[in-house]
Design a binder for this molecule. Structure first.
Ligand code: ATP
Length: 709
């Protein structure tokens, strides 16, 4: 449920509104909801309905989706009606008839034989038929729920695909996405909501039918009033209590963090031994004894807390559990024993009525259970409805999460042919930049200009800010201060898609996507992602000469997104429950786990091929080439030919390189920037910088000496 507008912003430090609590090793911060306001049910309900109305738009969206397949929707509703109402009422009616028969027998009036037989066979038959209907209902349910999962999974792909880097990394958005994942797969709000929608109608019908049966019993047997009243009283009181204190259970905002270094280390050890990417370090580093020793200590110290992961659902149970321990709640709980006590008193006072009382008791219980459960259903429907629409809001609104990198509206470039042929100019004007959630400047007051068609090389110390410059040009991040201009226009004003389309870029921290190797290359220019010839050409330019060793060629995967699954029988198992088993061949013929392993240089060539794909296929649109250490993992021959290829491919385009190597490239550079600690210390051509005799000259000499001395 959405929070009240008047509630102050959530701040963990604000102890007057946010209460700190502990669950295991977790620090919980819960925004205090207003104290229980004792309102007339109507008032509380009205406020509640207003909130529902606001969030109802999302339910409406969902409803439109559901009825887009009217056949399934109506069938689902009808089967629900049949199973939940028709059969249940029928069975209740049969019970009432049996009671009638028994009462008559008590008065020495034997039942009519066929009627009695009908009742005796009718009851089990109704149950069996009800079971069939239930099975059919479950199958329908499953189909609808899969359909909805598909709907939301698809929406999640769209919602995720459009997020920029800072927004995606933002912890609030990350947690929203995580929750949405959960909602969309394991705990779909729409499924609950769908049940709510059909339940509204069904509950009303069931409620009426149960009431009718109950009323008939009471009218017929006078001394049942007390019993019926006793059966109804506790749940009615409970419900009344819930309704008037409704406000107190409205929305809450919370956050949880764990600061226990032992738990954090324990989780780190778990991941170290569990994840494939750390295996080599674990094996070669002989980490096994250390991990076991530390795990032993931590397991002992942490006890059960070691396995108390934070779980948002458990947390809400915890909140509810806490709410249960109020005196009022305990008293209400005790009231549940009243009906049995009343029955005992009635029996003690009138022992001869005992058989009839017991028989009536069964019917009353059955009917009351029906009425009460429907009343609770009705009561919770509102709450579930509100919770679901709130969750739905989260799912639908993900598509509207505002990106931190705001799109511009000026098309770029003005003249495509000119840009592709002559490149672009770039200017950094007093640019400073801090990465999100850090306090240190990665760039400090950086200003420079790169002319159209120029080759610029950025060199310098580790962490001096070279990669950061390239990330700011592509607007992965925006500067904290200052501005960047491309062809004289502030890049923030340009359409992001156009800007990025005009840049062929290879980052140092590139990643190989969990897609086929061919597609990894092809996606350098998405329009030609399936063009095998273009992919082959880009691969040749990147000197990929290992395609034949890839098993399935460019259809191979470095990281397969679908894993095979195996029966988890312990190695060496030959029998199960006395039966012989042989699962030696269980891994043969499986497909998904055939991941290819490549060397660092080979992997980098795939990333280079992707950037070259953009340069070749998008030749008439790309005006700027950015390469961040593209040869870091390559041998000297591969590096030499890569640089040669790049110079040839570049034509008149502007190119910026970040590099630690002085020689192959810096010789050809129109301008070199020498960086340290986020600043440009020296700039000029290689000759100028060597003549200057500063930091660049020193580094250059160090590298040169390695070859000459
Ligand atoms: N994603 C990030 N989040 C926080 N800080 C970052 C991030 N990426 C880089 N930094 C920091 O910003 C500074 C500049 O990093 P950058 O990657 O631009 O350096 P670099 O000159 O390219 O280094 P290298 O030569 O090692 O590649 C460094 O201090 C680094 O720790």
């Amino acid at each position: 449920m959405a929070s009240d507008n008047s509630t102050p912003a959530f701040d963990t430090q604000d102890s007057s509104h946010v209460k700190h609590d502990r669950v295991g090793l977790w620090d919980l911060y819960v925004q205090e909801t207003p104290k229980a306001q004792w309102l007339w049910p109507g008032v509380a309900l009205w406020r509640y309905i207003q909130q529902l109305w606001k969030d109802g738009a999302y339910v409406h969206k969902l409803f439109l989706f559901l009825i887009s397949d009217p056949r399934q929707f109506i069938l689902d509703l009808l089967i629900n009606l049949l199973g939940e109402v028709v059969f249940r009422t029928f069975r209740l009616w049969l019970s009432a008839q049996l009671l009638d028969v028994m009462t008559a027998a008590f008065d020495n009036r034997p039942p009519e034989e066929t009627w009695f037989l009908f009742l005796l066979f009718g009851k089990p038959a109704a149950r069996v038929l009800g079971g069939f209907v239930q099975d059919f209902h479950d199958a329908l349910d499953d189909a609808t729920s899969k359909r909805l999962q598909r709907h939301f999974t698809r929406r999640l792909i769209t919602a995720r695909a459009r997020l920029d880097v800072p927004t995606f990394k933002d912890s609030t958005v990350a947690s929203q996405l995580q929750a949405a994942d959960l909602e969309a797969s394991s705990n779909p709000p729409y499924e609950r909501l769908r049940k709510v929608i059909s339940s509204v109608f069904l509950a009303l019908v069931a409620l009426t039918s149960s009431f009718v049966v109950l009323a008939l019993v009471v009218v017929k047997y006078n001394d049942m009033y007390a019993l019926v009243l006793a059966a109804f009283l506790p749940p009615l009181l409970h419900m009344a209590y819930m309704m008037i204190s409704w406000e107190s259970r409205s929305s809450f905002v919370w956050a949880a963090t764990c600061r226990d270094s032992r738990y954090i280390k324990w989780k780190g050890l778990c991941a170290t031994v569990a994840l494939d990417k750390h295996r080599q370090e674990v094996v070669v580093g002989n980490l096994n004894p250390y991990v076991n020793r530390e795990a032993d200590n931590l397991e002992r110290e942490l006890g059960n807390d070691a396995v108390t992961d934070f779980d948002r659902h458990e947390f809400s149970f915890w909140l509810r559990r806490k709410a249960r321990y109020s005196l009022r709640a305990l008293l209400l709980d005790a009231l549940n024993e009243i009906p049995e006590l009343v029955l005992a008193v009635l029996v003690v006072n009138n022992p001869s009525h005992m058989p009839l009382l017991l028989a009536s008791w069964t019917v009353i219980q059955q009917a009351t259970k029906g009425v009460i459960s429907e009343m609770w259903t009705m009561f919770y429907l509102g709450e579930t409805f509100a919770e679901c629409s709130y969750d739905l809001k989260g799912l639908y609104e993900l598509a509207n999460v505002e990106n931190k990198i705001v799109d511009g509206n000026v098309p770029f470039p003005e003249n495509r042919q000119d840009t592709a042929a002559k490149g672009v100019s770039i200017e950094f004007r007093n640019v400073s930049f801090k990465y999100p959630d850090t306090n240190v400047y990665a760039l400090r007051d950086v200003s420079f200009t790169i002319q159209r068609g120029e080759l610029a090389v950025i060199v310098g110390f580790n962490g001096s800010g070279k990669s950061t410059i390239l990330k700011l040009i592509t607007r992965v991040f925006d500067p904290s201060d200052g501005a960047i201009f491309i062809d004289g226009a502030d890049i923030k004003t340009l359409k992001l898609f156009d800007l990025r389309e005009s840049i062929a870029c290879l980052f140092q921290d590139y990643s190989i996507l969990p897609l086929s190797i061919g597609l990894n290359i092809g996606l350098g220019w998405p329009e030609s992602a399936d063009d095998d010839d273009a992919i082959q050409a880009a691969a040749r330019l990147a000197e990929i000469d290992f395609e034949d060793r890839l098993g399935e060629g460019f259809e191979s995967y470095l990281e397969h997104p679908v894993q095979d699954h195996y029966a988890n029988l312990p190695e060496g198992t030959t029998t199960i429950f006395g039966q012989k088993v042989d699962f030696k061949g269980v891994r043969t013929g499986m497909s998904a786990n055939r991941n290819i392993s490549l060397s660092g240089g080979q992997t980098q060539k795939i990333a280079v091929a992707r950037a070259l794909m953009r340069t070749t296929c998008g030749n008439d649109r790309v005006g700027l080439m950015l390469f961040d250490e593209p040869s870091a993992h390559m041998d000297p021959v591969a590096e030499y030919s890569l640089f040669k290829t790049l110079r040839e491919l570049r034509g008149g385009k502007t190119m910026i390189f970040s590099s630690h190597r002085y020689g192959n490239l810096t010789r050809h550079a129109g301008v070199i920037f020498y960086m340290k600690e986020g600043r440009i210390l020296e700039r000029g051509t290689q000759e100028e910088l060597i003549a200057l005799g500063g930091g660049y000259a020193e580094m250059w000499k160090l590298q040169a000496e390695a070859f000459t001395s």
